[in-house]
Design a binder for this molecule. Structure first.
Ligand code: CA
Ligand code: CA
Length: 327
C-alpha cells in the first residue's frame, strides 16, 4: 500500500514537473513575437457622426485576442513566400492596381477612381511595377496582396485576419465615442501621428508627415493599446463581408459580418466585397478620412493595390502559434 502511494506521488510529481516545465518554457520565451493580447470587452462600435455606413453607433462585445503590433512587412511576407513558394494573385495575373496622380486641378475636375491604373508587373515584390527591389523597403508594409494572399500569410502563422469588430476595438485603444485612435484632436492640429495625405487629394500631396507613400511600420506613435499604424499608412483587410447597413442587423457579441451573398457595395452591387479598415497614405481630410477609427471601405477581395496591406490576429494559442513562440 505504501509502495503504491509512493508510486502515485511520484507520478503526480513528474506530471507537475512537465506542466511547470512547459509553462516556464513558454513564459521564458515570452509572448508571441510582436503581438499584443487584448482582454476584449464591450465598446461602442461605429459612429453617428461619420458616413452613413458607420451608423448606428452600437454596443459590441468582443472576446480576448492577440493582434499584431505592426502591419505585416515585406520582409515577413518574403519569409512566408520563401517557406511556402506561395504566388500572389497579382503575380499570377501579371498586373495590379497602382495609384497615379491624375490630370486636373481639383477633386471636382477628376472622375472618381480614375487615379487607379492597372500596371504591368506590379506585385508585392514591386508595388509600383517599376522593377525596384524590395531591399530598401523591407520594413514597409507589404501591399499588392489581395484578401486570399493576406489570409494565406496569417494561416501560415497560425493566425487569421481580424473581424471589423476586433479591428475597431483594437484601433480605438479604449477610446469609446472618439474620432481618432489618439482622441478627438483634429489631425492637422497636432504633430504627425499617422501616415496620411496632407493637401488636396488626389492632386497635391504636401507631404508634411514625411512619407509620400508608405512608411516603415512603426514610424508614428502607437495607440493606447501599443498598436502601430492601426490607422494610416496602409488600409488593412478584415474578414467581414461589407454591407453599408451591417450595423443595423448584426448581433452585439463577436459579430463576424454579413454573409457573402448579402454583401453589398451600392457602387458595384454585383460584386461581393470585403471591408478594409484604418485608411492609408492616400487618405486626406478632403477625401475618405479613412484614418477615423469608425471609417469603413468596401474592397474587391480579388484585387490588390499599392495601398492595402494587413495584420493578423489569433484568438488563442494554436499549435502553430506556439511553435512560433518557441522558435
Ligand atoms: Ca504621408
Ligand atoms: Ca494601417
Amino acid at each position: 500500500m505504501l509502495r503504491k502511494s509512493h508510486y502515485l506521488l511520484g507520478t503526480v510529481f513528474i506530471l507537475v514537473l512537465v506542466i511547470v516545465d512547459g509553462f516556464i518554457i513558454v513564459e521564458e520565451k515570452g509572448d508571441p513575437k510582436n503581438m499584443v493580447w487584448l482582454d476584449g470587452g464591450s465598446f461602442i462600435m461605429g459612429s453617428d457622426h461619420g458616413l452613413p455606413d458607420e451608423a448606428p453607433a452600437h454596443p459590441v462585445n468582443v472576446s480576448g485576442f492577440w493582434i499584431d503590433k505592426y502591419e505585416v512587412t515585406n520582409a515577413q511576407y518574403e519569409s512566408f513566400v520563401t517557406a511556402t513558394s506561395y504566388v500572389t494573385s497579382a503575380e499570377q495575373y501579371g498586373d495590379s492596381l497602382v495609384f497615379h496622380t491624375p490630370e486636373g486641378r481639383s477633386l471636382r475636375e477628376i472622375a472618381p477612381m480614375s487615379w487607379w491604373r492597372l500596371v504591368r508587373d506590379a506585385s508585392w515584390r514591386s508595388p509600383e511595377g517599376t522593377g525596384e527591389t524590395l531591399l530598401s523597403q523591407a520594413e514597409h508594409p507589404v501591399v499588392q496582396v489581395n484578401y486570399a494572399d493576406a489570409l494565406a500569410y496569417c494561416d501560415w502563422q497560425g493566425k487569421t485576419l481580424p473581424t471589423e469588430a476586433q479591428y475597431e476595438f483594437a484601433a480605438r485603444g479604449g477610446r469609446d465615442r472618439q474620432i481618432y485612435s489618439w482622441g478627438n484632436q483634429p489631425i492637422h492640429h497636432i504633430e504627425p501621428v499617422t501616415n496620411y495625405w496632407q493637401g488636396e487629394f488626389p492632386v497635391r500631396n504636401e507631404n508634411t508627415d514625411g512619407h509620400h507613400q508608405s512608411a516603415p511600420v512603426g514610424s508614428y506613435p502607437a495607440n493606447d493599446y501599443g498598436l502601430y499604424d492601426i490607422t494610416g499608412n496602409v488600409w488593412e483587410w478584415v474578414s467581414d463581408w461589407y454591407h453599408p447597413n451591417a450595423y443595423s442587423v448584426l448581433g452585439s457579441r463577436n459579430p463576424k459580418g454579413v454573409k457573402r451573398e448579402e454583401s453589398l457595395d451600392p457602387a458595384e452591387p454585383d460584386l461581393p466585397k470585403r471591408s478594409i479598415r484604418g485608411g492609408s497614405f492616400l487618405c486626406s481630410e478632403n477625401y475618405c478620412q479613412g484614418f477615423r477609427v469608425s471609417a469603413r471601405m468596401p474592397a474587391d477581395p480579388e484585387s490588390a493595390t499599392n495601398h492595402i496591406g494587413f495584420r493578423c490576429v489569433a484568438p488563442k494559442r494554436s499549435n502553430r502559434l506556439t511553435a512560433l513562440w518557441l522558435d
